[in-house]
Write a protein that binds this ligand. Structure first.
Ligand code: ZN
Length: 438
C-alpha cells in the first residue's frame, strides 16, 4: 500500500507534548515521519490527505464497549460495532464479556479474537469474565483467558456481590498482571431501580437508584485493592462521592484507575423526563453537581480515562415500557461530538480531553498496549482526524452501529470525526475529504 501523508493539520499528541501545525507520514502500518510547519517528508511517493483546520491526534482508545457477539447479533456484531468505532474515531476498543455465551473461557475468547482479526475495523481487545457465566459464584479460569490475550477481567453489568470472590479475583488478576474492571453497584440497594433517585424519580413515579448503591461498592473495592495490591479500574464513575473516594485511595497509593462516560459528563437525569427509554442507562444519568465533580475528577487525574460504555440495543428493546426497557446508550459515534461541548464551553482543555481518550486509557490497559495512544515515529499508525468546529445533526440512520438507542438523536453537536486510520489503514473518511496524489 502507498504511503499516506496527513498534511497541514493541527497535530495534538498529549503524550509527547506536541501541539502545533504539521504533517504526519504513514507507511507500512506505522508512523514513519512527523514534521512541523510546512516541512515535507524525505521520501517522495505518497498519497495526500489534506487536513487544514483539523485536529490530528492519536487514535482514540475505548476501555469499555459492548459488541454483543456472540449471541446478540441483532443488537451489534464485531463488524458493525468496530465500524461504528471507526466512525467515532476509535482505533482500539475493549469489549465486555456479557455475550451469550459469555467470554469466560478460551473458546469464546478465541472466537472473538478471530472475528476481530477478519472483520474488525479497529483493534478489538476482549475482556474476560471474573466469574463463570457471570453468575458471581465461582471464578472463571482467569489464567487460561489471560493466555488467550484478554486485557482485563470484568463481570460488567453484573456486579460481584460476593466480597470474598472479589478478593480472590483481585489476587488472581494481580498475579497475572492484568487490571480488574469493576462495575460498582450494590444490587440489594439498587434492586428494581430505573433512574437516579431524587426529585425526578419521585415526580415520574419511577423507582430510583441511590448514589450510595455505587459508592458502597466503590468503597468496598478500593479497600480490597489496598488489601490485595491488585490494579483495580472503576468503570463508569457517576457520582460526586465516588470521585472523592477514588481521590482519597489514589492519595493513599492504591493502584486504582477510573473512567467516566461521555453521557455522564454531558447529560443529566432530566433526559429521562417523558419516560425516554433511550436515556435509561446504568449507572443512571445523575445531576448537574455530579457532572461538575466528574469534570473536576478528570482535571485532577482522579479519573484517568473517558470510555463510552457503548451499549447498543434494538429499537424493539427500547420501545418497551420504561420499567422493562434495557439499560444502555449507543455511544461510539457521538462520543467526540458530545465531549467537545466541554471544550467549547471552557470546562476542559482540548489537550486534557484528547489525553483522556488516547495515552491515558492506554496506560490503564498497560502491558504491550500501554504504548498505544501516541504519534511517535515507529508507533502503530492509529490516527484520528476531526474538525473541532463542524456542526452536525445526529441522525441515527447514518450510524454504523445496529444500536440506534441514543438520547442525542436529532440534536446538533459541534465537533466531527473526519477520518480514522487504524494500524495504517484508512478505515473511515467523511464524504467531504478526498485523497490527493503528490
Ligand atoms: Zn457496567
Amino acid at each position: 500500500m502507498k504511503s499516506l501523508l496527513i498534511q497541514g493539520g493541527h497535530i495534538l499528541d498529549p503524550s509527547q507534548g506536541i501541539d502545533e501545525i504539521g504533517s504526519v507520514l504513514i507507511s507500512k502500518g506505522k508512523i514513519a515521519w512527523l514534521g512541523k510547519g510546512e516541512t515535507t517528508p524525505p521520501q517522495p511517493d505518497y498519497a495526500i490527505l489534506p487536513v487544514q483546520g483539523m485536529i490530528v491526534c492519536p487514535g482514540f482508545i475505548d476501555l469499555h464497549c459492548h459488541l454483543r457477539q456472540p449471541g446478540f447479533e441483532e443488537k451489534e456484531t464485531i463488524a458493525t460495532g468496530s465500524r461504528a468505532a471507526a466512525r467515532g474515531g476509535f482505533t482500539t476498543i475493549c469489549c465486555m464479556p456479557n455475550t451469550r455465551p459469555p467470554l469466560d473461557n478460551r473458546f469464546t475468547i478465541s472466537y472473538v479474537n478471530s472475528l476481530a482479526l477478519s472483520q474488525g475495523m479497529a483493534r478489538v481487545l476482549p475482556i474476560g469474565c471474573i466469574s463463570k457465566e457471570r453468575k458471581g459464584k465461582e471464578l472463571a479460569p482467569m489464567p487460561e483467558m489471560a493466555s488467550c490475550g484478554v486485557i482485563a477481567f470484568s463481570d460488567d453489568g453484573s456486579p460481584v456481590m460476593n466480597t470474598d470472590l472479589m478478593r480472590r479475583a483481585l489476587e488472581h488478576a494481580r498475579k497475572l498482571g492484568l487490571p480488574l474492571i469493576d462495575h460498582c453497584e450494590d444490587t440489594v440497594l439498587s434492586d428494581g431501580g430505573l433512574i437516579n433517585e431524587g426529585v425526578i424519580s419521585s415526580q415520574l413515579g419511577l423507582k430510583g437508584i441511590p448514589a450510595a448503591a455505587e459508592e458502597i461498592m466503590v468503597s468496598r473495592d478500593l479497600s480490597l485493592a489496598r488489601l490485595t495490591g491488585a490494579r483495580l479500574h472503576i468503570a463508569h464513575v457517576s457520582t460526586t462521592f465516588s470521585v472523592d473516594l477514588i481521590r482519597r485511595a489514589k492519595d493513599k497509593g492504591a493502584k486504582v484507575t477510573a473512567e467516566v462516560t461521555p453521557h455522564h459528563l454531558t447529560l443529566t437525569e432530566e433526559k429521562v423526563i417523558g419516560y425516554n427509554t433511550n436515556a435509561k442507562v446504568n449507572p443512571p444519568l445523575r445531576t448537574k453537581q455530579d457532572i461538575q465533580a466528574l469534570i473536576q475528577g478528570l482535571k485532577e487525574n482522579v479519573i484517568d480515562a473517558i470510555a463510552t460504555d457503548h451499549a447498543p440495543h434494538t429499537e424493539a428493546d427500547k420501545l418497551a415500557v420504561f420499567a422493562q426497557a434495557p439499560f444502555g446508550i449507543s455511544g461510539l459515534e457521538t462520543a467526540l461530538g458530545s465531549l467537545m461541548s466541554l471544550v467549547h464551553n471552557g470546562q476542559l482543555t482540548l489537550t486534557t480531553l484528547i489525553s483522556k481518550l488516547t495515552c491515558e486509557p492506554a496506560k490503564v490497559i498497560g502491558g504491550k498496549y500501554g504504548k498505544l495512544g501516541n504519534l511517535e515515529v515507529r508507533a502503530p499508525a492509529d490516527v484520528t482526524i476531526f474538525d473541532p468546529d463542524m456542526e452536525w445533526v445526529v441522525d441515527t440512520k447514518d450510524f454504523a452501529s445496529r444500536g440506534k438507542n441514543t438520547p442525542l438523536a436529532g440534536s446538533t453537536l459541534k465537533g466531527k470525526v473526519m477520518a480514522t486510520i487504524s494500524q495504517g489503514k484508512l478505515v473511515y473518511q467523511d464524504d467531504s475529504i478526498n485523497l490527493e496524489s503528490n
